[in-house]
Ligand binder design. Structure first.
Ligand SMILES: C[S@@+](CC[C@H](N)C(=O)[O-])C[C@H]1O[C@@H](n2cnc3c(N)ncnc32)[C@H](O)[C@@H]1O
Length: 278
C-alpha cells in the first residue's frame, strides 16, 4: 500500500466536506461517487497529489487524503473494542517495540494494535497474534489485510488460547508480550515461560479491580520487576482567538497500562523499598 505520492487506482481515500464530514472511497478508474451534493469522478482524483480538492457536479469541495493508520483504526469494522491510538502510542514507546523485535500479542481482537505493532517491528520483525474467538480473528485478519493491502509476511495471526501456548509453538522466547484481554492475570505463568530475560511485558486493562489483580499477579510470579501502572489522558484544544480553551469533550478513560520486565531465571525480584509509616 503506498503511503505517499500521487493517488493511484486501489487507494483508500478519505474525502472531507466543508462541514468536516468524512467519506471513504476506494479509487476505481471510470467510477463515480455519489454524494448528496452531486457526483465525484474517481478519475479526477487518480494521478492528483494528496491534499488536492475535487469538486462534485453540484459545486461542493471535497478535500482528498489517504487514510492515516488512525483514520483506518477508528473507522474499520470491529468485533471487539480496539486499543485507541493514544494508548497504542504508549505501548509502542513504553513497551520498547523495536525494529526486528519478536512480539507476542493476545487477543488480536479487531487487529488495531496488531497494525501498530507490525509497523513498528518493520520488515525484519515478527508479530504473533493469538485470538481465542474465530469471529474476532476474522475481523483482525480482514482489517489488517485491508490496511496493508495484503497479509504482511511478518504477521502470524493464530486461533487459540494464549494460556495453552508453549515456547516450542513460538520457536523460542519472544522479546515483547502485549496483552489486551479480560483476565490477563490468568496468563502470567504462561507468559513467564514465553518471554526472554529482559523482555517487556505489558497489559491493558479497563477497570480498577483488573488493575489490582494483574499487579498482584505479576508480583506473585516472582520473576518480574516491580510493575508500573499508569494511564494516558489526552485533551484536545480549540485554538481560535479569545475562544482558545480545552475542548469540552474528551475520552477521559480508556484503560490502564501496566508494564514490567522479565528477570533472569532464578533471580528473586528486589523488594521495593517503601517509606516507613509513622
Ligand atoms: C479487547 S479485545 C482486543 C482488541 C485488540 N487489542 C485491538 O486493538 O483490536 C480482547 C480480545 O481478547 C480475546 N481473548 C480473551 N482471552 C483470550 C485468550 N486466552 N487467548 C487469546 N485471546 C483471548 C477476546 O476474544 C477478544 O477478542
Amino acid at each position: 500500500m503506498p503511503y505517499s505520492g500521487p493517488f493511484q487506482a486501489g487507494d483508500r481515500v478519505q474525502l472531507t466536506d466543508a462541514k468536516r464530514r468524512h467519506f471513504t472511497i476506494i479509487l476505481e478508474p471510470g467510477t463515480t461517487y455519489h454524494t448528496h451534493r452531486g457526483q465525484i469522478a474517481h478519475d479526477d482524483i487518480i494521478g492528483a497529489d494528496e491534499g488536492t480538492v475535487v469538486q462534485s457536479t453540484m459545486g461542493s469541495d471535497y478535500l482528498c487524503f489517504r487514510h492515516l493508520m488512525v483514520d483506518h483504526v477508528l473507522s474499520m469494522p470491529r468485533g471487539a473494542a480496539v486499543i485507541y491510538p493514544k494508548d497504542s502510542a504508549q505501548i509502542l514507546v513504553e513497551g520498547d517495540i523495536f525494529p526486528g523485535a519478536r512480539v507476542l500479542e493476545a487477543g488480536a481482537g479487531s487487529g488495531a494494535l496488531s497494525m501498530a505493532l507490525l509497523r513498528a517491528v518493520g520488515e525484519k520483525g515478527n508479530v504473533i497474534s493469538y485470538e481465542i474467538r474465530d469471529d474476532h480473528l476474522e475481523y483482525a485478519v480482514s482489517n489488517v489485510e485491508e490496511y496493508f493491502g495484503e497479509r504482511p509476511a511478518t504477521w502470524d495471526p493464530r486461533l487459540g488460547d494464549l494460556k495453552e501456548v508453549t515456547v516450542e509453538d513460538l520457536d523460542g522466547p519472544v522479546d515483547r508480550i502485549i496483552l489486551d484481554m479480560l483476565e490477563p492475570w490468568e496468563m502470567l505463568a504462561t507468559c513467564k515461560d514465553l518471554l526472554i530475560p529482559g523482555g517487556v511485558f505489558m497489559t491493558y486493562v479497563a477497570t480498577v479491580p483488573q488493575l489490582m489483580k494483574v499487579m498482584e499477579g505479576i508480583r506473585e510470579q516472582k520473576c518480574f520487576t516491580e510493575p508500573r501502572a499508569w494511564e494516558s489522558l489526552v485533551r484536545d484544544w480549540k485554538v481560535e482567538g479569545l475562544a482558545t480553551r480545552p475542548e469540552h469533550r474528551m475520552n477521559a478513560h480508556t484503560a490502564f497500562l501496566v508494564m514490567t520486565r522479565r528477570l533472569a531465571d532464578g533471580v528473586e525480584p528486589p523488594r521495593p523499598q517503601r517509606k516507613a509509616r509513622r
